[in-house]
Design a protein around this ligand. Structure first.
Ligand SMILES: [Zn+2]
Length: 51
């Protein structure tokens, strides 16, 4: 039986890609919001691009 909800999977709000749990996040998984440092950096740059 498959579960729709994967507790160890999140969607990166920057690149909209799903990413899965990694061992390096074992202690801070609840705080992880981005798939990579790069996305985290992009998020914090505050660039505004009008579509
Ligand atoms: Zn990302």
């Amino acid at each position: 039986m498959h579960r729709n909800f994967e507790p160890r999977r999140k969607i990166c709000p920057v690149c909209q890609r799903p990413f899965t749990w990694r061992r390096k996040w074992a202690a801070s998984w609840d705080d992880v919001k981005y798939c990579s440092r790069r996305c985290r950096g992009l998020r914090n740059q505050g660039k505004r691009k009008s579509p």
